[in-house]
Design a protein around this ligand. Sequence first.
Ligand code: GRG
Length: 268
Amino acid sequence: MEILLKYSTALKTQLQKAVPQGGPHQLYDPINYILALGGKRIRPALTLMVCDFFETDFNKAMNAALAVELFHNFSLIHDDIMDNAPLRRGKRTVHEKWDVNTAILSGDAMLILAYRFFENYEPKMFRELAKLFSETALQVCEGQQHDMDFETRDDVSLVEYIKMIDHKTAVLLGAAMKMGAIVAEASQSDQDKIYQFGRNLGIAFQLQDDYLDVFGNPETFGKQVGGDIISNKKTFLYLMAVGEGTSTQADELEHLFSINPKDPTDKI
Ligand code: GRG
């Protein structure tokens, strides 16, 4: 995390300027609210870090990084509505503080604002970034749909689960990193490798998030612990952890992630 600090600090100042000044306040206040709640800003920091890694001034990737963080925050607002979640980053969710209609519309505005940040790049780079962004956004929707479908199933396999988290979460980390490489004009081969790395990182990231949803400390998690279990998501993860999953699933989990699924204190 330390290594990402210089990027997230640079980003914070820029993010405050990302939202249009003036009204309508009912539209923009919720955006300022969720952005002010902070968050780890991992995705945009990765965008800047990859650009830096290719020895290009990381400020050149700032617009792409802002787009990524706005998109991420938009998806959190809509996700919280869908999950009827009371808390985000330890504070009231946007739809709880305002109402559902306001949260939907502010989220929509954020998605558009995110896209507009790519307009600051020259046409070829704009096309590459915008294409990656729209492909990623569609995959996120697909992942979210799978996640919703899983709520009514109790036979979700590990493979299906990994595919779902890959789309819902990991593709955005992959895209965030690849955008840094695109701005730095890295070779296609390097862009592809960076993208794959980001996706794998994203899978690990979501696994941890889901694990914490079951076993996290409510004081530090920032969200309602057990929310996924309540909505019947990832119930199999919980069942395996308490020893009621099928032994094949438990073996797969142990093999893939080197954790003991029967031991809830074992960290992924
Ligand atoms: C893409 C058009 C379109 C719609 C979005 C709502 C939705 C469809 C998708 C949900 C995607 C989602 C919210 C996935 C969860 C990802 C995740 C692990 C969030 C938590 O990320 P952190 O820990 O959060 O980085 P902070 O608060 O640190 O920013």
